[in-house]
Design a protein around this ligand. Structure first.
Ligand code: ADP
Length: 905
């Protein structure tokens, strides 16, 4: 029987409460038997033997019945009741009051109650137990004659056996609890892993399903487009258009299901880029306009003229949201009009609230249905909508996308009269220019719907298409037929590599998933092919793998463009046209028809900067300049007493000064880690073909080393050591930005930056040496001497290393004057375009004085008073400033102005 009770204790299927009850029963039984035997052997008190035995039997009975009937809670309550109200007083009276084992058994009862009962019951029984114990003790004290008398010997023995037994029982219960806790944690962890694995396989399933279905749809839609281009009868044309509609519907459905699964598994990422607002709206309108026209609906567009020309946000998802809502408006409106209006409200810090609203004069939505509108697979007002195609997924996806972008969506509807869907999104302003008057309607109105004309012809052009699926090759060939481009096809990576050895192509279209050698491997093989004729030919991935993470992958791998299957003739032509040399292309006069199927993906590639300059937050440049020039900055971390902050984003220089002055200088700066850099580069590569990252002097911080580590994961990230700090890095960045703007080649920019290292002069005069010493950049000997004699050190950068370049002695004004004079002592060699006065913790009066003195020596076109970033401030401390400028380049071997240490007092 004991075995039967004991075995299930480790069974996870059984509730914790039941297992604990079983354990208690077993150990109580064992303890009681031992107690009785010991008591009998040493001639113990018959009454207490009887009480313990009776109680143990009762406990056993109740446990068995409650386990058998499944009423564990009742059983536990009953046992607790017996313990508190019967066992405590009975044991106290029979075993000699406090002079025996009673106090230990009382303790046991209380532990049992607290481990087995829950909530209010537990509190009530514990209070009752306490009260009964107090009563027992008071009675025992006032009327000891009411308690059974024991000899001192018996009391000793009873106390000892009770202590050992109760102690063992309590310890066993606690060990059991602990084991249960550990094994439950293990089970929970295992379950978490299983769920994660399930999620992963679900995602794999959805993405492979999407891939598999897209491939045949590519053939259906592509070849159907060819039929539509032919001179066919009205009836055949009507059928072909129906096939086209059904194909697109199927595609939309797959996209919705894929999006839904991504959102649910938390894999849907918002990928912000800088986009043209006019382009976004014209794409959206052109996709819906035709459908509205077909139904005889008027389409009005009303865009706020002050809307900025460029915003920064997830363009792809905003389009998806608007197209979904607009499509619904067209779907659920029989007559009348659809209006898209865009309002704009400027907020602080270059942010703006953009409000899109779509109003229709359709069937409207009943008030009671509005709360369910955004539920997945929920279609409201079914009987009325039964003839309208839909899955009920669209609005649910829209809502979740809006939530991901931290925006808001609301619906206002009058049943039978119409609805207004309003979406508000916060976006960053990327340009101060406004869109002005947009004419979105007319472009779409002129759509050429019937006769197909290619957008260009290029009989001299050669294109290679690589795909393991014959139908896909056929589709690409046919869709490009009218452009007269000469097309070769290859059905495997190997075959493609043979062809690239023999013929030079203007463009290569490459499938991704192919057996043996996939598209990515094939691309790398073409790029490194010995004797290959296509080492630098643009290669475009033409794949059924949708999703922004795949786009990012292709970008990283070095593809020059991205087309998603099913591909339309328009997208394919546009992509080839973008790549072909202008001199072999004859553009036709075809009116632009982006078509419903144009997914505009190629734009993301074309809009990328050829070279993007990035840097660390220690580069002290005016924030407005950095913003204007699209300079991407990765923040350094700053440790303070109150925790870790990101430089510039979470803590500014003033915050650092507060820590330095008032908080015992508890601040430290730290470079981003290699993985921080990796993430930063990956996100910036969505905007550019190549990144040049300019970092702080390599011997001053780990930034350079970490960035270099991270750059190894990418083919197109170069890391440059500026050799300087603060605005010295800034000057290198300014030069690089100018060159990037002029579209100079990467190696040329890199060479210029290397030469620039020697020409930039970065120096600071410090208020005191203590901060630099504390940051480990100065020896404590120099610090002690400086402090003793009120000296102000001058530090400068040479060969990427921070060094003490001199020491100034005397009043603050005298020191500053001498410092400025020595830094600017050879005006003929100074490039006067920019001078930075970069400071930490100085008053406006001080700054005015410094500026006057600088200009007394040398006139600069731009004198920039720049607050030092937090990491610079941490090292220099308040009351410091630097004069930073560039020298005119000198001929090699001219060491006339070789820097000398400046130990002038
Ligand atoms: P569906 O695929 O059914 O269109 P959605 O999630 O896009 O799914 O929309 C959910 C439901 O909301 C629709 O079935 C429809 O009843 C209602 N609905 C959405 N937009 C409108 C609208 N503009 N006018 C009237 N009803 C609408």
């Amino acid at each position: 029987m004991i075995k039967k009770i004991f075995q299930p204790i480790s069974n996870h299927q059984i509730t914790l409460r039941e297992r604990l009850l079983r354990l208690m029963t077993v150990i109580s039984l064992v303890a009681a038997v031992i107690f009785v035997i010991v008591s009998l052997v040493i001639g113990g008190n018959g009454y207490s033997i009887a009480v313990i035995s009776a109680f143990t039997l009762l406990l056993l009975g109740i446990s068995l019945v409650s386990i058998h009937t499944g009423h564990i809670a009742i059983g536990v309550n009953l046992i607790s009741f017996l313990m508190v109200f019967i066992m405590i007083p009975a044991i106290f009276v029979t075993s000699g009051g406090m002079y025996g084992g009673a106090p230990f058994w009382i303790l046991f009862c209380m532990v049992f109650v607290s481990l087995n009962l829950l909530g209010k019951n537990r509190v009530a029984y514990l209070i009752a137990g306490m009260l009964i114990t107090i009563i027992c003790y008071v009675v025992g004290y006032v009327r000891p004659d009411l308690l059974m008398q024991r000899t001192l010997n018996a009391a000793y023995v009873d106390s000892l056996t009770s202590l050992i037994l109760v102690g063992t029982m309590i310890v066993s219960m606690l060990i059991f609890q602990n084991r249960i806790y550990l094994s439950e944690t293990k089970v929970a962890e295992k379950q978490r892993q299983e769920i994660e694995e399930l999620n992963k396989s679900q995602n794999r399933f959805f993405s492979s399903m999407s891939h598999e279905i897209r491939t045949p749809i590519n053939t259906i839609i592509g070849l159907n487009e060819m039929i539509l281009r032919e001179d066919i009868s009205d009836e055949v044309a009507k059928d072909a258009r129906t096939i086209q509609g059904a194909g697109k519907m199927l595609l939309a459905l797959i996209n919705d299901i894929l999006d839904m699964s991504k959102i649910q598994s938390g894999k849907m990422d918002i990928v912000p880029i800088t986009y043209e607002t006019g382009e976004l709206l014209s794409d959206v309108v052109s996709m819906v306009w035709g459908r509205a026209m077909d139904k005889g609906l008027a389409f009005h567009v009303d865009v706020d003229k002050t809307l900025p020309k460029q915003l920064h946000g997830d363009e792809v998802r905003i389009k998806q949201i608007l197209i979904n809502i607009l499509n619904n408006a067209v779907k659920y409106t029989k007559e009348g009009s659809i209006t898209l209006s865009v309002q704009f409200e400027r907020k602080e810090n270059y942010r703006a609230l953009v409000t899109f609203s779509v109003t229709d004069t359709g069937i409207g939505i009943k008030k009671e249905n509005i709360p369910y509108l955004f539920d997945a697979f929920k279609r409201v007002d079914q009987e009325k909508n039964s003839k309208i195609e839909g899955t009920g997924l669209g609005l649910s996806i829209v809502k979740q996308l809006v939530d991901l972008m931290e925006g808001e969506i609301s619906v206002n509807s009058i049943y039978t009269k119409g609805s207004t869907f309003t979406v508000s999104l916060m976006q960053e302003i990327a340009s101060d220019a406004t869109v002005g008057e947009l004419n979105l309607g007319s472009a779409s109105e002129n759509r050429v719907r019937d006769k197909y004309v290619p957008s260009f012809t290029a009989p001299m052009a050669n294109v290679l298409v690589v795909d393991d699926n014959k139908s896909n090759l056929l589709v690409a060939q046919k869709l490009l037929r009218d452009t007269q481009v000469s097309i070769d096809t290859a059905m495997s990576g190997r075959e493609a590599l043979n062809m690239t050895l023999n013929r030079q192509y203007h463009a290569i279209l490459m499938d991704h998933l192919m057996p043996e050698m996939d598209g990515i491997e094939c691309l790398h093989a073409i790029r490194n092919q010995t004797g290959g004729l296509n080492i630098s030919t643009p290669v475009i991935i033409l794949t059924a793998n949708a999703g922004s993470e795949n786009q990012a992958l292709y970008r990283r791998e070095g593809f020059d463009g991205y087309l998603l299957k099913p591909v339309s003739g328009v997208s394919l032509e546009a992509e080839i046209l973008r790549i072909l040399p202008a001199d072999i292309v004859n553009r036709t006069k075809r009116t632009e028809d982006p078509g419903t199927e144009s997914e505009s993906l190629f734009r993301d590639f074309t809009r990328k900067f050829p070279v993007l300059i990035t840097t660390d937050s220690v580069c002290d440049l005016p924030a407005s300049y950095a913003k204007e020039e699209h300079l991407a900055i990765i923040p350094y971390r700053v440790y303070t007493e109150n925790g870790l902050f990101l430089d510039g984003e979470e803590i500014e220089t003033d915050g650092i000064l507060y820590h330095l002055v008032d908080k015992n200088r508890g601040a430290r700066s730290l470079a981003p880690s290699p993985s921080d850099y990796e993430q930063f580069f990956a996100s910036q590569l969505t905007k550019a073909q190549h990144i040049i990252h300019i970092s702080m002097a390599k011997n001053v911080s780990d930034g350079y080393k970490n960035a270099l580590d991270a750059a190894k994961s990418f083919d197109n990230v170069s890391v440059v050591d500026s050799g300087h700090v603060s605005s010295g890095v800034g000057l290198a960045v300014i030069r690089a930005l100018e060159m990037a703007k002029d579209e100079r080649a990467v190696p040329e920019i890199l060479n210029t930056l290397e030469d620039l290292q020697d020409d930039i002069r970065t120096s600071f005069i410090l208020g005191t040496t203590e901060y630099l010493t504390e940051a480990g950049r100065l020896s404590s000997r120099v610090d002690t001497i400086s402090r003793l004699f009120l000296l102000r050190p001058v530090i400068s950068l040479k060969n990427s290393t921070l060094r003490t370049a001199g020491i100034r002695f005397g009043t603050q004004t005298r020191c500053w004057k001498k410092y400025i004079a020595s830094q600017l002592r050879n005006p003929a060699r100074i490039d006067r375009t920019y001078l930075f006065i970069t400071y930490a913790g100085l008053s406006q009066d001080d700054l005015d004085m410094i500026k006057r003195q600088v200009l007394d020596h040398v006139y600069f076109q731009n004198v920039i008073l720049q607050k030092a970033s937090a990491p610079i401030t941490v090292n220099c401390g308040p009351g410091s400033f630097g004069i930073i400028y560039k020298r005119k380049p000198i001929e090699k071997n001219d060491d006339y102005y070789e820097e000398k240490n400046d130990w002038i007092f």
